[in-house]
Ligand binder design. Structure first.
Ligand SMILES: [Zn+2]
Ligand SMILES: [Zn+2]
Length: 274
């Protein structure tokens, strides 16, 4: 590797590590940090693609490698790299990756010109998608395994961003955090208050939260399940607050059902008789 190539790679990795750390700050509740994550990711992508081109021939990163006197101040940008890769093999850069690259370019521009309005969920999901497709590209077409270069403290964030499944769990947990924050419960003033958040029995994540659109009043932010034995319930006869698990449902003459607790359903008496 030439010195220039090494510089590009090292600088690219620095930007990436910086991006990971800003992304993590964003995740921990500092929304402005996502903005810097976008800038660092954009910088990383530009440098790593330049590095990829330079690895084919070190002169290729200059705007005019065929000039009589090489102008070392004029180097290529991200789009020239993408065009080069595309000219080599039109199948390499997917339409989707290209669209996401255009998105980050636009965003970077808006940030630099202070016209940026943050849509956190959109920024998060696009950073994640872009990150995965760039890693896939580097792995498949540049034979580069970036993970080996990530320091231990940033590895977890790297893994979450590289793995769609892990990323979606993190997203669901964040959404559940939000619902919990919006529905503070004060058990000292209302000991029977319904919980805002429960563990989902379907997917096992702590993501079953209050949801007005749900028939049960709860929906999992990960798997959309709406049921759990642990959901709060009220006995229609004595009004006691309990969980669904503790209630029996009795069909009524009018076609509806009546929820009855352990005592009102007669189970208590039956258990005693046994
Ligand atoms: Zn679930
Ligand atoms: Zn009862």
């Amino acid at each position: 590797m030439s010195t220039h190539e090494l510089d590009l790679l090292e600088n690219a990795l620095d930007s990436l590590i910086e991006a990971l750390s800003k992304f993590e700050d964003g995740e921990e509740g500092e929304p402005k940090a996502y903005k810097f994550a976008v800038l660092h990711v954009a910088h990383f992508i530009e440098l790593i693609f330049k590095h990829h081109i330079a690895s084919k021939h070190p002169l290729l990163i200059y705007k005019d490698p065929f000039a009589k006197k090489l102008d070392q101040n004029k180097t290529i940008g991200l789009w020239e790299c993408i065009n080069f890769i595309n000219n080599e093999d039109p199948e390499t850069v997917s339409l989707e990756l290209r669209k996401d690259l255009e998105w980050i370019k636009r965003l970077r521009n808006e940030i630099e010109h202070h016209k940026f309005t943050m849509d956190v969920p959109q920024v998060r999901s696009t950073i994640g998608r872009l990150f995965r497709s760039v890693m896939e590209f580097l792995d498949e077409h540049a034979g580069m395994n970036i993970e080996d270069h990530i320091p231990e403290y940033a590895k977890e964030t790297f893994k979450i961003l590289s793995d769609e499944y892990k990323f979606s769990i993190r997203t669901a947990i964040k959404a559940a955090d939000e619902v919990e924050k919006e529905n503070p419960i004060d058990y000292s003033s209302d000991p029977d208050a319904d919980p805002a958040r429960l563990e989902c029995p379907e997917c096992g994540h702590y993501t079953l939260v209050l949801n007005e659109e749900s028939n049960t009043g709860y929906r999992c932010t990960f798997c959309e399940n709406e049921e759990s034995d642990e959901l709060p319930g009220t006995c229609d006869i004595c009004g006691v607050h309990t969980t669904q698990e503790e209630l029996d449902y009795w069909p009524m003459d009018n076609g509806g059902v009546e929820a009855r607790c352990y005592y009102c359903s007669g189970r208590h008496r039956m258990d005693k008789d046994d």
